[in-house]
Design a binder for this molecule. Sequence first.
Ligand code: SAM
Ligand code: MD0
Ligand code: SF4
Length: 381
Amino acid sequence: MTGLGTRSLRDEVCALCAAALDGAPLAERELETLLAIDDEILAGEVFAAARRARAAHFGDGVFLYGFVYFSTYCRNACAFCYYRAGNPMSPRYRKTVEEVVAVCEGLAASGVDLLDLTMGEDPVIHGEPGYRTLLDLVSAVRAATGLPVMVSPGVLPDAALRDLRAAGADWYALYQETHTPELYARLRVGQAFGARAAARRGARAAGLLVEDGMLTGIGDTAADRARSVAAMRDEAWEQVRVMTFVPQEGTPLAGVPPQGDLAELLTIAVLRLVLPDRLIPASLDVDGIRGLERRLLAGANVVTSIVPPATGLAGVSNAVLDIDEGYRTVAGVLPHLERLGLRPAGPAAYCLTLERLRASAAGRGSAASAAAAPPPKEAPA
Ligand code: SAM
Ligand code: MD0
Ligand code: SF4
């Protein structure tokens, strides 16, 4: 590219960031321009704009999520996933309700704002009439900790989503991975694209807050990423994420060369620009603690995948990275927030944020209302 070309791309990028900060809705083609940047310096302009957008809505506060991968059994065969059915390399376990509650109490005491209860599409749990174990798990964790709960169980029928809300779940996380159907078919092999999207809408209708998400470094182009960002903006999901694909042993994509993180960081920043008041994770699951500051500098405002050491619990895309070293803990995260002039916003601010997000979802067809929601949570005495 000529010097003139570089300057004009810089001008265009700066103009797009300024327009986004002014609240102008960027066209998908404009999102693609930002997402295709391949130069760290120019990317820095987008990160700086994203930090301004974050500061305007969240100040210097960051939320912290505890992660409990309580069953690693799965009936699906996602091409990217270590825990896909039939991978003999992947560690399999299913924790009891008592074990999960004990881990959650520890996480709560350590200072997390939310507990994310995640599982593979465990055939035993999905085969149970009425999803009794899952519902019991949610109520038990809520009762023991008083903290908001996210559930990441895979695709569920609408009735089960309503039961989850009634059991006290706040959030349903279900990532499309890509909003390009052809790429989706290669990633979530044998799983209907429309059914996955419909489950998120069912969750919103049931009064749950919803997280959608995408992968990068998995055969996606900037146009695919722009389509995903636009799709998540159109639905205005309450939390949106992107993670770089980490190749996994024993899976069809094991040999894909690992990618750098620039596409993920740019996507975090662009998500922040188009959905400035939403929650956007910096996951410790992609590059461990060393990747945290870069993700926060790109505009993320939630640290996810905080996992207690020495409990035998796994991460999703990095089964063990930094876990037993204790770096993926609240204490491990705090020095990094401090270095960036950020701080843990804390549970009271988190509850206010959830109230604001519920009000916004209610305007978009959610059943969430004071009457439909369970009584406010109280920490146990
Ligand atoms: N089984 C449920 C499901 O798939 O919806 C819950 C688990 S879900 C939270 C696991 C998510 O982690 C996937 O949706 C994907 O976005 C991400 N993930 C899985 N394997 C990954 C990998 N190898 N690299 C990066 N992200 C990965
Ligand atoms: C994370 N490993 O936050 C977790 C997971 C599931 N809701 C979240 C992908 O990175
Ligand atoms: Fe199963 Fe979820 Fe992994 Fe897919 S991403 S194989 S559904 S655990």
